[in-house]
Design a protein around this ligand. Structure first.
Ligand code: ZN
Ligand code: ZN
Length: 291
């Protein structure tokens, strides 16, 4: 009943992640051109023939590339997304109509869970963002859970409850507000990013992590993965430092990993058996180092 997650790419130049539940592989987002996506998949020993489905967060161009969406048609891989994503996909990717006709377009039904594998299901989590209907995902088995949420401008109690009690939390840490204000970005863009439908700052993400830890009934968070880090208005080091301070404040021993734009992350493993002493918080992430 184990699962694992690797972030193939994260940031404004393209986003994609690979999930494996009970050996069944799914992609989250297709924000890389086909050649690059193939290369990233190959570097984690994966390829399109293994992909059982694709989950789409939203329609911003850093999350889907028309030619990569076409690969879903040529590989006959179903695409799970919100109904509102379809017009943009139809317009940008002529093969999307074939996908629809072949019933490989599978729209979300509210936040109803999608079967991922024998033991795992995925619940789409609606978030606020200016890309139209936008979603994060909570994956759960009867024994464990993990979650992925990038591209959200704010969060509320409903979201934090859905992110509670996960072993791995992949969450947007987009910008440092001060660096953003000092950047060369035009005022409208700064306002957009800072707004409730923009992107989470390090501070906002840390507040959410703190609330998630308070809400969680067990101290099982083992890995916090920082997503969509701005190259100009943040850094992996700064985001990680902020995240570590919050984890320490709440007594969490979770490790922090800042996802990169240009190379896949290690695999993060979920649902491993507990060590003999049952203290999950002390389990080293050996797998993360090996892959
Ligand atoms: Zn977006
Ligand atoms: Zn994005």
């Amino acid at each position: 009943m184990t699962a694992r997650l690797t972030i193939l790419a994260s940031g404004s130049a393209g986003n994609s992640a690979l999930v494996e539940c009970d050996g069944v592989r799914w992609l989250i987002d297709l924000g890389l051109e086909p050649k690059e996506l193939d290369a990233r998949l190959a570097s984690v020993d994966a390829d399109w023939s293994q992909i059982r489905g694709v989950l789409m967060t939203h329609r911003h161009s850093d999350h889907w590339k028309p030619k990569s969406l076409s690969r879903c048609w040529t590989s006959r891989v179903p695409v799970y997304c919100h109904r509102d994503h379809a017009p943009a996909f139809r317009l940008g990717c002529p093969d999307f109509r074939d996908l629809e006709q072949a019933r490989l377009f599978r729209p979300f039904v509210g936040e109803r869970s999608i079967a991922i594998s024998e033991n795992w299901k995925c619940r789409p989590l609606r978030v606020r963002h200016d890309g139209g209907a936008t979603f994060g995902f909570r994956f759960e088995s009867p024994q464990s859970a993990f979650a992925y949420a990038a591209d959200l401008g704010c969060w509320d109690r409903g979201l934090l409850e859905r992110l509670a009690d996960v072993e791995v939390l992949a969450l947007e840490f987009n910008h440092d507000p001060e660096l953003l204000r000092q950047s060369q970005r035009p005022p409208w863009l700064v306002r957009r990013i800072l707004g409730d439908e923009g992107h989470l700052s390090n501070e906002q993400a840390c507040e959410l992590v703190g609330e998630v830890l308070k809400e969680s009934t067990t101290n099982q968070l083992r890995q916090l993965v920082l997503l969509h880090i701005s190259r100009e208005c943040n850094s992996g080091e700064l985001a990680a430092e902020t995240a570590r301070a919050t984890l320490a404040q709440f007594g969490s021993a979770a490790e922090v990993f800042a996802a990169e734009q240009h190379e896949p992350s290690p695999w993060f493993v979920i649902g491993e058996s507990l060590p003999d002493n049952g203290d999950r918080s002390r389990t080293p992430l050996v797998q993360a180092m090996l892959f």
